[in-house]
Write a protein that binds this ligand. Structure first.
Ligand SMILES: Nc1ncnc2c1ncn2[C@@H]1O[C@H](COP(=O)(O)OP(=O)(O)OP(=O)(O)O)[C@@H](O)[C@H]1O
Ligand SMILES: [Mg+2]
Length: 400
């Protein structure tokens, strides 16, 4: 148990033994994980007087530092998850690194989970997602399960080098994604891996013309709302910046929107579903991966859309009416990623705030090179103008 004096205050309002939720709140949501997504969901929860209780690995987790009610515990420990879910109206997730059997147990105990374990499994396991989406006819890069260097080379004989080899689960920010140029590299990766018999996902290396993310909110009763397509820009597997509107042909954007809406229906998504997509050199749309939670690409909705993804996620999982997703104007978001310069954005705020019109979000995370420490959003007359402002502020904050 964590929470200190916050816990004591909350106990005064509690009648059901030791608990962290207020009975008087408009709703009680348990979120597994307490990172920046939980932190920003907590911000939205405050507006609605929803109690968002978070299961935190550490008292230094981003959402705990922001004052969300919390418990200390591990997403790998069923008892910790159960304790968090007790007295919550609904359980939801800040990340997908939770054992599937724990989620099944929780569901069997009668807890309401949004997203459902079955839907979340598609975000937990990229190979499973590929299989399910391919069986339903969604456009995907060519793929195959592989478990030996020889199988990677066989895949390359058909689809060419390089081959993208992914760890089916546990990856984020490009960790777990390997561009393999030849058999020797395949042998180094698969042969040298501790679980040498593990199954990996091999994918055709797509020549990327653009990357998109479509966010769909869906309620348990089937109401949906879709956001304008976000165009994302990655370097070394990490999204550096993103913008709306996406500057791609409207037919591509319409198709992307339709694909994301269909996926939301087919998998019975609840809450926010983010569908990451590729546009290849010939303009063809391919689904990359799914996330069943607020998504990095959706941070732009805080300022740039009528309803932020965090408000919308709460509304969706609680089966409340969804808000309008209309774009307020062209906008761009730059992720603040710890640079090797060692500059900590939290120490450089005033300079960035001196740029008119930029919205700085810091996550309260300790500086580490390569770590997402915050983001900056700006609106402008064009996405390019917005990006210029956001990049200027981000440059000051990270010393890049
Ligand atoms: N098959 C592919 N062909 C070309 N580039 C790819 C391919 N798969 C992934 N990438 C590049 O690597 C990035 C990260 O891949 P992916 O989204 O699968 O990994 P991740 O680490 O799970 O990412 P996230 O941080 O979004 O969870 C993609 O956004 C894309 O830029
Ligand atoms: Mg991705």
């Amino acid at each position: 148990m964590g929470g200190g004096s916050q816990q004591d205050r909350r106990k005064a309002d509690a009648t059901m033994g030791e608990m962290i939720f207020r009975r008087s709140a408009s709703a009680r949501v348990a979120m597994i994980g307490a990172g920046q997504l939980a932190r920003m969901t907590h911000q939205a929860a405050i507006d609605l007087d929803v109690d968002l209780g978070v299961l935190a690995d550490s008292p230094d987790d981003s959402a705990v530092l922001a004052g969300a009610p919390w418990r200390l515990g591990s997403p790998n420990t069923l008892a910790d998850i159960e304790a968090m879910a007790a007295n919550a109206d609904v359980v939801t997730f800040d990340h997908e690194l939770i054992p599937g059997e724990h989620l099944a147990k929780l569901e069997a105990l009668g807890h309401r989970l949004n997203p459902s374990p079955a839907a979340l499994a598609l975000a937990q396991d990229k190979l499973k997602a590929r299989r399910v989406l391919s069986a339903r006819g969604f456009p995907l890069p060519e793929f195959s399960p592989v478990s030996s260097p020889g199988e990677v080379s066989e895949f390359a004989e058909v689809h060419g080098w390089p081959v993208v080899v992914k760890s089916p689960s546990g990856g984020y920010d490009g960790r777990g994604v390997h561009v393999i140029e030849n058999h020797a590299q395949a042998a180094a990766l698969l042969g040298g891996h501790p679980a040498a018999d593990a199954t990996w996902l091999a994918e055709q290396h797509v020549e990327l013309a653009a990357e998109l993310a479509i966010l769909v909110a869906r309620t348990p009763s089937g109401k949906t709302a879709v956001y304008p397509a976000v165009q994302t820009f990655q370097r070394d597997g990490i999204c550096r910046y993103l913008q709306i509107p996406a500057e791609l042909p409207s037919a591509t954007l319409d198709e992307a929107t339709n694909v994301a809406m269909s996926i939301a229906e087919e998998i019975g998504a609840t809450g926010i579903l983010a569908v990451e997509m590729f546009v290849d050199a010939s303009g063809r749309l391919l689904v990359n991966e799914l996330a069943l939670r607020p998504h990095n690409s959706g941070h732009i909705t805080i300022e740039a859309c009528e309803t932020s993804q965090f408000h919308q996620h709460l509304r969706a999982i609680l089966d409340w009416p969804l808000g309008p997703t209309t774009m307020r104007g062209p906008a761009a978001t730059v992720n603040l990623i710890g640079e090797s310069t060692g500059a900590d954005p939290s120490q450089r705020l005033p300079e960035a705030l001196a740029i008119p019109g930029v919205h700085v979000h810091l996550y309260g995370k300790a500086f580490r090179a390569g770590r997402k420490l915050g983001h900056v959003t700006a609106l402008g007359r064009t996405p390019g103008e917005a990006l210029g402002l956001a990049q200027a502020a981000a440059g000051l904050l990270t010393g890049s």
